[in-house]
Every structure is written in structure tokens, then in C-alpha cells.
Design a binder for this molecule. Structure first.
Ligand code: ADP
Ligand code: MG
Length: 246
């Protein structure tokens, strides 16, 4: 039998997390340990609670029950900015009136990071994401793919260990999606950061994940390597959503 491996010193540890919106239970005593440097994909149909879970980890939602640890520290009641995470959303949410460079530096200036340190981090992110020629442009002068690179850059310059991505590619066309998929994979190989990545796209999950957490109705149905899920789905739902054809 395959046993779920215990993870020593997880980068992110979610323990008995529940979240209710009013009388509606959206996440139910959910447990998830993410190893340091691991790429975890939360995969499931629309409405299964993926974004809600990510927002709980980010501290954008107050949980109803349970605990969240990041790098061994209980952050359950910490402010989002104090959790040591960077988040990239589906919509680009760039400041339209600011240049790319300003978009990248804004959060750092607010946080009081010294100027030369900001310049260093922006230069590094711009190089990694190949957006150096775009730094003085406004978002309106960028393509969808370029905007999403800048959005990823904003998480990169935060210099955090844990990245949360919520369907960052779902507004892009198929060609750009597959290009950026490769880039995100390379970025992760390069940075070796911990990644929790939400998608409803099976191909994205299969190509990016070290492990996939398949969700349905606020419950993780199976948490395994992509090949294991594909070859040995634990139930009909997982089989139907991702498993090999019968
Ligand atoms: P996913 O990201 O997997 O598509 P969500 O996490 O956005 O799913 O939503 C999970 C469930 O929680 C859905 O049924 C959704 O309608 C509900 N939900 C999300 N946000 C709220 C909210 N602010 N108030 C009430 N219900 C919500
Ligand atoms: Mg969502």
C-alpha cells in the first residue's frame, strides 16, 4: 500500500482548517503539508474551494477553525503582509497609472525597503522574467502575457519563500498559456521556492506539479504525484477528473 509520506519541517502546514461562509461550509477540516521547495497544485472544478483555501493561507480570509503554519511559525492570525508569502491572481491587478517599474517597486517602497535594495530586486526579477525592455511602460501598453509576467514579478521582488498562484494563466489564450506554463516551471527550478498553484486545468496540473491535491466540495480527495493520480485514482470523481481512461 502507498502511505502518505510524513513531511518533516513543512514549508506550509494547514491543520484541520475549516471555513464557513455563513451557514455554508466551504472548507472542511482540511489538512495539507507542503514540503520546502515543493510545487503543489490545487486542482478541482469551479466552486470546489481552491481560491478560498489560497486566500486563507494568504490571510485574506479569516478561517473558522484550524491552524496555518508557514516556515514553522503559526501565522493563523498574522496580517497578510507578515506571512512571508507572495500572491499572483488571475486578473493582473496592476496599477494602470504607474509604469511597470513603479508597479514592481510600490509594495517595497511602502514596506520601507532601501532604494538600492529595491533596484537590485527589480533588476533581478526583470532579468528572470525578461521584462527589462518594458520597465518604463504603462500596463496599457503591454500584452496580456507581458502583464501577467509583471504580476509574477511583483511576487518575485517580495523575496519570499512561498508563492501562491491563483489561476494566473486562465485569462490568456492557449499559446500564451503553454509558453508561460514552461516559464513558470523554469522559474520554480531556478528559485526553488515553495509553490501553491491553483488551477482547474488538468494539463497545467500534470505538467507543473510535484504533487496534485484534487479537490471537490471543500475536501481534498487525493494528494499524490501526477502519475500516481493518473494511474491510481482513489475514487470515481478523481478518475473522472484526471484519471486514465477506464
Ligand atoms: P474555486 O476557486 O474552486 O472556483 P471558490 O473558493 O471561489 O472556488 O468558492 C468556493 C465556494 O465558496 C463556492 O461555492 C462559492 O460560491 C463560495 N464562496 C466564495 N466566496 C464567497 C463569499 N465571499 N461569500 C459566500 N460564498 C462564497
Ligand atoms: Mg477560484
Amino acid at each position: 500500500m502507498m502511505m502518505a509520506a510524513e513531511i518533516a519541517n513543512p514549508s506550509v502546514s494547514i491543520q484541520d482548517l475549516s471555513l464557513n461562509f455563513g451557514a455554508v461550509s466551504v472548507l472542511q477540516t482540511l489538512n495539507l503539508d507542503v514540503a520546502d521547495g515543493e510545487f503543489i497544485v490545487l486542482l478541482g472544478p469551479s466552486g470546489c474551494g481552491k481560491s478560498t483555501l489560497l486566500n486563507c493561507i494568504a490571510g485574506l480570509l479569516d478561517i473558522s477553525d484550524g491552524r496555518i503554519f508557514i516556515k514553522g511559525k503559526n501565522v493563523t492570525w498574522e496580517e497578510p503582509k507578515d506571512r512571508g508569502i507572495g500572491m499572483v491572481f488571475q486578473s493582473y491587478a496592476l496599477y494602470p497609472q504607474m509604469t511597470v517599474e513603479r508597479n514592481l517597486s510600490f509594495g517595497l517602497r511602502v514596506a520601507g525597503v532601501p532604494k538600492d535594495e529595491i533596484a537590485k530586486r527589480i533588476a533581478r526579477a526583470a532579468e528572470i522574467l525578461q521584462i527589462e525592455p518594458l520597465l518604463q511602460r504603462k500596463p496599457s501598453a503591454l500584452s496580456g502575457g507581458q502583464r501577467q509576467r509583471v504580476a509574477i514579478g511583483r511576487a518575485l521582488v517580495r523575496d519570499v519563500d512561498v508563492f501562491l498562484f491563483d489561476e494566473p494563466l486562465s485569462n490568456l489564450d492557449a499559446k500564451l498559456r503553454s509558453e508561460l506554463r514552461v516559464e513558470i516551471k523554469l522559474l520554480h527550478r531556478h528559485l526553488k521556492n515553495t509553490m501553491i498553484y491553483v488551477t482547474h486545468d488538468q494539463i497545467e496540473a500534470m505538467t507543473l506539479a510535484d504533487r496534485i491535491a484534487v479537490m471537490k466540495g471543500g475536501v481534498i480527495q487525493q494528494l499524490d504525484a501526477p502519475q500516481t493520480i493518473y494511474n491510481r485514482p482513489v475514487n470515481r470523481f478523481v478518475a473522472g477528473f484526471l484519471g486514465s481512461p477506464a
